[in-house]
Design a protein around this ligand. Structure first.
Ligand code: ADP
Length: 512
């Protein structure tokens, strides 16, 4: 099942949210447990201490009232004693209800029994006093003292046990808080890393098809409409990819129609143009009778413009033939340096006219399999452009290297770093195995803005000249060069700095 982008995002958010909710719930549970334990310490354990202190005090008052009664034999003092006794019993019951410790309950039971013993002794002595019989008051006093100090001893034990309990609870609390902290850290780390991994996977599943489409749009911008995009997910992007495919088919159809049209038109134009040129030349040579100087000038202009038109028509015909896959190449093993030299010889007069210095550093090279005529066309074009776009007294330098891997350098670069040939090489990444020859043509010409570097290889695309300058050429040369080089299994690209110069790179696979 293919999930939409929205569903993917919702799923990743839900996962993150539920993990965070889990951590929070775990925390809340432990916090409430700590709260319970702390409350029990405050409410139960501290009140047991309070009760045992009060019980000690009441017991002391109780025995004090009893002793006064024995001495003064005043019933009001006995009443006082009874009141204390009741208070003692009530407090004892309260303490019993509060405590959760079995040990303390045992002590409280013992205290209850001892307190009853104390009451029995008090009552027995009272009866003896009321009957006015002689008895040993010292014996009773001693007995009651022993029972009271036993009770005090038990109360002390209660306090000690209680302290021990509180201490154990605090240790327990601290241990479980440590445990809770560790578990929370673990859960948080797990939740965070799972969340990040899920987010990464989902983002990648969205980004990957977008990258494919981005590469395709770069291809389209360079006039390559072939090859369908195959993106099946997420659905919204798949729909977009299918729309791009449809657009490419339509563009390809239009491009084919255009090539066919140019090819037809070029055929139809070539013959009449050749006739016009021929006729005009004959008129200029005086074959039609004597002509005036003014007529000579006009006829020269007609010949010049006919030549330009013939050149344009020829270029158009070449390009549409190559694009239609109808160009017949005759590949032979060749040393490129010979072809470069031949092209340079043909262009030398143009360079001399502008006083350009040309240094050809290309020595004998390993052979490449090329079509001579087409390769001469390539070099004539690239070197011709270098001459055309370099102002007077500039220089042009040619170099070649044999390298380890076929270059696939799509992104054209033009900043300072990349301008020099060393950095240029560094930037180029080898894509496939195999060796190749690289030819570099450097010039000190007007340069090409970075944003135009890719565009100039598309037909009819030229850099807009500065105000007042005329557009030189047809804008078909580099598009033809690119097609020819690609048909040879190579590549072509440029780096440049405006006002400083440009470098054109051509790579071709070695014949072996
Ligand atoms: P053109 O017939 O116009 O030279 P090309 O396809 O050969 O057509 O070149 C396209 C454009 O690229 C040129 O119009 C020019 O703006 C630019 N260009 C090509 N080579 C150079 C160079 N060596 N220096 C500066 N600009 C160049």
């Amino acid at each position: 099942m293919q999930l939409s982008i929205f569903a993917r995002l919702i799923i990743s958010y839900l996962m993150l949210f539920s993990m965070l909710a889990g951590v929070s719930l775990y925390f809340i549970y432990h916090l409430s447990r700590f709260n319970q334990i702390t409350r029990s310490i405050i409410l139960n354990d501290t009140s047991i201490i309070e009760y045992s202190n009060q019980l000690s005090d009441i017991l002391l008052s109780e025995s004090r009232s009893d002793r006064k009664f024995v001495v003064l034999k005043d019933e009001a003092l006995y009443e006082n004693y009874l009141q204390m006794k009741n208070e003692f019993n009530q407090l004892l019951n309260k303490a019993f209800a509060k405590t959760t410790s079995d040990e303390i309950k045992n002590y409280l039971n013992t205290i209850g029994v001892q307190h009853q013993n104390f009451s029995r002794l008090v009552n027995a002595e009272r009866e003896l006093i009321q009957s006015s019989k002689p008895y040993s008051s010292d014996w009773y006093a001693e007995k009651k003292k022993t029972v009271a100090s036993d009770i005090i001893e038990q109360l002390k034990l209660i306090r000690r046990t209680n302290e021990k309990d509180v201490f154990a609870k605090i240790i327990n609390l601290s241990e479980s808080s440590d445990r809770a902290r560790n578990v929370s850290i673990l859960i948080s780390v797990f939740a965070l890393s799972t969340g990040l991994i899920v987010a990464f996977i989902i983002t990648r599943s969205i980004k990957k098809p977008l990258d494919v489409m981005k590469a395709k749009t770069v291809d389209i911008s360079q006039g390559n409409f072939k090859g369908d995009l195959e993106v099946s997910s997420p659905p919204v992007i798949a729909e977009l990819a299918s729309a791009i495919n449809t657009m490419c088919h339509r563009l390809q159809e239009v491009d084919d129609m255009k090539s066919e049209f140019f090819s037809h038109m070029s055929h139809e134009l070539r013959t009449p143009l050749a006739s016009i040129k021929e006729g005009t030349t004959m008129l200029l040579e005086g074959l039609g009778g004597e002509i005036s100087e003014k007529q000579q000038r006009i006829l020269s202009i007609v010949i010049q413009e006919s030549n330009r038109l013939i050149e344009l028509v020829n270029s158009l015909l070449d390009l549409s033939k190559i694009e239609a896959g109808m160009m017949n190449y005759h590949f032979t093993s060749t040393d490129l340096s010979a072809l470069v030299k031949k092209s340079l010889d043909a262009l030398a007069p143009l360079a001399e006219a502008k006083n350009l210095s040309i240094s050809n550093n290309i020595g004998i090279l390993l052979p490449v399999k090329v079509d001579h005529e087409r390769m001469l066309q390539v070099f004539r074009n690239i070197i011709g452009n270098a001459i055309k776009f370099t102002p007077e007294n500039g220089s042009i330098k040619l170099e070649a290297n044999v390298m380890g891997s076929i270059v696939d350098y799509r992104s054209i670069i033009g900043d300072d770093k990349d301008f020099d040939s060393d950095n240029g090489k560094r930037k180029r990444e080898a894509k496939a195995g195999g060796s190749f020859v690289e030819v570099e043509v450097h010039d000190t010409g007007i340069g090409i803005p970075e944003e135009d570097l890719a565009r100039i290889f598309v037909k009819f695309q030229q850099v807009i000249p500065a105000k007042g300058e005329k557009i030189k050429g047809t804008g078909l040369g580099l598009a033809t060069v690119k097609q020819i080089i690609q048909d040879h299994g190579g590549n072509v690209w440029a780096t440049s700095r405006v006002g400083k110069g440009s470098t054109f790179y051509i790579t071709l696979p070695l014949a072996a």
